[in-house]
Write a protein that binds this ligand. Sequence first.
Ligand code: HEM
Length: 154
Amino acid sequence: MNGYDLARGLHILAVIAWMAGMLFLPRLYAYDAEQNGKPEPLKSEMQTLLRLWQARLLRIIVNPAMTLAFVFGGWLIYLDVEMRGWAFLAEPWMVTKLAGVFLLAGWHGFLSAERKRIAAGTSTRAGRFWRMTNEIPFVLAIIMVLSVTTEWTF
Ligand code: HEM
């Protein structure tokens, strides 16, 4: 076993946890939004429980997993630079991968801000919005994973 193999194994594990959380969180937002037509006290009870799960999922899984994906991804960049120099960072597959990372982190930020709006009762988004956007992280994951595994070029 070498350092690179360990770093990519840990990177993949962190990415799995990050993706799992990013795919589940909007489901909790959809269930929350869909309580709005329901009678009291069922609506309030359900939303209290769902908001607790939303906060916990972000705090315990999604935020730490993203941090670890960056830490191990950063370690991989360091090892890659040692092995093949800085130039790989400008190759099309790596630029695509980093663009995917940027977009995924942006979506994470949006979901995080939305949790605060939901908790404050100021979110205007319907369940349909969360169901329609639910696939965004997975589409980004397909692009990112295939970029690094194929190292495609023009
Ligand atoms: C969080 C910021 C991230 C950084 C800085 C980063 C960086 C890197 C780097 C430098 C590599 C090594 C590329 C190589 O030389 O082959 C790598 C590999 C990889 N990354 Fe990331 N990455 C990040 C996030 C992600 C995400 C979000 C995914 C998937 C959704 C992902 C999936 C992978 C996979 C599958 C590999 C291949 C591991 C292997 O070599 O077998 N990464 N990453």
